[in-house]
Design a protein around this ligand. Structure first.
Ligand code: NVA
Length: 331
């Protein structure tokens, strides 16, 4: 692959991982999401319409639909780029694709495997690039999750969150970083070998030192959930891990979010799950459909959250110099 010089990245903001937003910016995005939820057509940064490329190299339902609807509500044109046809990194390099896309669209939204590829896209596109899930992070989901918690609890800072199950995945990492950014106390409970890396805990601690938040590993799921305000779980078999299904189902069984486990949380705790959910595995039907579930609000909030992310990035990005890149990118 031939890497050209970055087309233009000096004034362009991206959302590649949760800590790309400072604590103050996270509040700003959450406030904007809440106002867009109340008044869906009140911000039109994509008026024209300008296009947003949405590329999916992994399965999707909520992300494609919520970005598609949200981009339209922002005045734009959601352009689905078929990942298998584009063959990014296979048919042509990420760098070449980035430079082509940046001259056609205002923003690139990409769900893919390697975080490094997303970073390469961001370095060369000349327009904002948004992480629509990688193996390492799912930051748009976290804005939706935090919005949901704030709606139900009225605040974020100081709340205790228990993340139960496979924490060595995008959702575990994103909860550590986004939760710490919000000043929350994130407790992670997973079987041995399924915790976020030490580097991720260190980064969360670094952020927490500025916000009052914290991130800790708690081996016993009941202790992790004890008194928690929010209990979160995710599939035990993330996209790309299908061949490990049998081993994972066996290892994770004690971390299933059952009614009994949920009963150890605060009486007014809420349960979150980014979906798709596998009932009877990582979450019991009774919890998913029960009175403490905020899962369906959480799914709706993807649209409001992502609209706020897009508006924030577009409005904060400086247009690239004429003739370099990002014909579609200037706000
Ligand atoms: N950890 C899950 C999240 C799905 C939205 C996965 O990567 O498949």
């Amino acid at each position: 692959m031939t890497a050209g010089a970055p087309a233009y990245d000096g004034g362009v903001r991206h959302f590649l991982r949760d800590d790309d937003l400072t604590p103050a910016e996270q509040v700003e995005v959450l406030d904007l999401a809440a106002s867009l939820k109340a008044a869906p057509f009140s911000r039109r940064p994509l008026e024209g319409p300008r296009s947003v490329a949405m590329i999916f190299d992994k399965p999707t339902l909520r992300t494609q639909v919520s970005f598609g609807a949200g981009i339209a509500e922002l005045g734009g044109n959601p352009m689905l780029v078929e990942g298998r046809l584009a063959g990014i990194g296979i048919r042509e390099s990420v760098e070449d694709v980035a430079r082509v896309l940046g001259r056609q669209v205002a923003t690139v939204v990409w769900r893919t495997f390697a975080q490094a590829d997303l970073e390469t896209m961001a370095a060369h596109a000349g327009v904002p690039v948004v992480n629509a899930l990688t193996d390492d992070f799912h930051p748009c989901q976290l804005i939706a999750d935090l919005l949901t918690v704030r709606e139900h609890k009225g605040t974020l800072a100081g709340l205790a969150v228990a993340f139960i199950g496979d924490a060595a995945c995008n959702m575990g990492n994103s909860w550590l970083l986004a939760g710490a950014t919000a000043g929350m106390h994130v407790r992670v409970s997973a079987p041995e070998g399924y915790l976020p890396s030490a580097a991720m805990f260190d980064r969360a601690a670094e952020i927490g030192a500025t916000t009052g938040g914290s991130a800790t590993a708690v081996a016993d799921p009941q202790k992790a959930v004890a008194g928690a305000d929010v209990v979160v779980t995710d599939t035990w078999i993330s996209m790309g891990k299908e061949s490990e299904e049998a081993a994972r189902v066996a290892a994770f069984a004690p971390w299933s979010l059952t009614e009994d486990l949920m009963s150890h949380a605060a009486p007014d705790a809420i349960a979150l799950h980014c979906l798709p959910a596998y009932r009877g595995k990582e979450i019991a039907e009774a919890v998913l459909e029960g009175p403490q579930s905020a899962v369906w609000d959480e799914a709706e909030n993807r649209r409001h959250a992502q609209k706020a992310v897009l508006a924030f990035l577009l409005e904060r990005s400086t247009p690239p110099p004429t003739g370099t890149a990002g014909t579609g990118g200037a706000a």
